[in-house]
Write a protein that binds this ligand. Structure first.
Ligand SMILES: *Cc1c(COP(=O)(O)O)cnc(C)c1O
Length: 421
């Protein structure tokens, strides 16, 4: 495979951006590579500057559930651009998108549009603290909730890959109110609540973890979180930035039948543009300015072009009745192939991860024991077979509606030939 142009571009990029990238996992360091520079993408395929074609299972880390460059989404954005890129004022599109979201997430009685998942989570936590008058937050080891200070305590994905224990530049004071529990371990949560339950504002969780690799909740775990937060007057926040519109049209809360107090959405909800959402019970969200004293604002929040992309993609999702059945069964075919050749893997809906460890991965401790060298070998093998997947042991593979039977067959063949080598 010729990657000369990507390598040249990478050298140039390194002169301008730390590590040549605008987000660390793109650097491909943990798999011993330098990044491919992408020139375009369409449907299930992505093309680099050297003209190589790949079947893409990153899908921009989740947003492109219908594939790349979906014409109806692109057209909606072009039309919005012609009407003005940003107004910094109210517009009709915001209401239409909010209605669409609430139709699928009835727990989000009031919601706010923001620009990134990081911002959505940061704001949801501020609302939870404002509403409860409490400071402490419980988060789970290995769950990632964006890069705001308070949540960079042993976060997953990028940090695990780069082995930064909790990250420099975050004052200890910023994580002093962040309590860490173990995913799928009710006892670890129980312990925190019995020690200081009346000071805990909220428990935040990825209802299906996907940033330490895919780690589904054990049966009863989310119910337990719902019960214990209620018992102690704390809020339950589902960070559905990945799972929203991914596990079902109503996200993980519909998939598992558990209603959180607050929800964050991102990725799919923006249709490929920078847009995210936080919202929840009316009385909590009424604490947000201008109704209440929890401050949160944004120059580009509700940006008309981003709103147009999100609205167009959500409407397409509504009009694709076989969406979830199809992406889940495609993912199941990949998952079966992995198991057939003796690989260890987890799958939840259309999200899956191969884990290079003998143990079943149910939490962060098990995930970090994976052999990342073996993973790198697997990743390079897949790339040589024109399969573009996340260059990290601690990320998900995202299956989209654009992946054809042939794409899945070719991927199955690549998985099988890894073991045969
Ligand atoms: C991606 C992600 C975020 C952060 O979203 P950004 O848009 O990258 O800031 C937060 N939470 C979860 C669960 C995510 O997967």
């Amino acid at each position: 495979m010729n990657t000369a142009r990507s390598q040249q571009l990478y050298e140039r990029a390194c002169g301008f951006m730390p590590g040549g990238v605008n987000s660390p996992v793109r650097a491909c360091r943990s798999v011993g590579m330098t990044p491919l520079f992408i020139s375009r993408a369409s449907g299930s395929k992505i093309y680099d500057e050297d003209g190589n074609e790949f079947i893409d299972y990153i899908c921009s880390w989740g947003p492109n559930i219908l594939g790349h460059a979906v014409p109806q989404v692109a057209e909606a954005v072009k039309a919005a651009c012609d009407r003005g890129l940003t107004f910094g004022a109210c517009h009709k599109g915001e209401i239409e998108l909010a209605e669409l979201i609430r139709r699928h997430f009835p727990s989000m009685e009031l919601l706010r549009l923001v620009n990134s998942g990081t911002e959505a989570v940061m704001s949801a936590i501020r609302a939870a603290r404002g509403y409860t008058g409490r400071d402490r937050i419980v988060k789970f080891e290995g769950c990632y909730h964006g890069h705001s200070d308070g949540l960079l305590a042993k976060a997953g994905s990028g940090l695990m890959t780069h082995a930064i224990p909790s990250g420099a530049g975050v004052p200890a004071g910023c994580t002093a109110d962040t309590l860490l529990a173990k995913y799928n371990d009710e006892g670890s949560v129980e312990k925190l609540f019995s020690a200081c339950g009346d000071t805990i504002a909220a428990v935040i969780v990825e209802p299906c973890a996907a940033n330490m690799g895919v780690v589904p909740p054990k049966p009863g775990f989310l119910e337990f979180l719902r019960d214990i937060t209620r018992k102690y007057g704390a809020l339950l926040i589902f960070d559905e930035v990945i799972t929203g519109f991914r596990l079902s049209d109503g996200g993980a809360q519909k998939y598992y039948g558990i209603t959180p107090d607050l929800t964050t959405l991102g990725k799919i909800v923006g249709g490929g543009m920078p847009l995210a959402v936080y919202g929840g019970r009316r009385e909590i969200m009424e604490c947000v300015a201008p109704l209440g004293s929890v401050y949160q604002a944004g120059t580009l929040s509700g940006n008309p072009c981003a709103v147009a992309a999100g609205t167009a993609q959500l409407k397409l999702i509504e009009n694709t009745p076989d969406l979830y059945e199809r992406i889940n069964s495609s993912a199941e075919r990949l998952y079966s192939a992995m198991l057939d050749v003796g690989l260890n893997a987890n799958r939840c809906g259309s999200l899956l991860t191969v884990f290079f460890t003998d143990r079943q991965v149910t939490d962060y401790d098990a995930a970090v024991k994976c052999d990342t060298g073996k993973f790198a070998e697997y990743w390079r093998h897949m790339l040589e077979n024109s399969i573009y997947a996340a260059p990290s042991q601690f990320e998900a593979m995202f299956v989209s509606y654009a992946h054809s039977d042939e794409d899945i067959e070719r991927t199955v063949d690549a998985i099988k030939s890894f073991k045969l080598r």
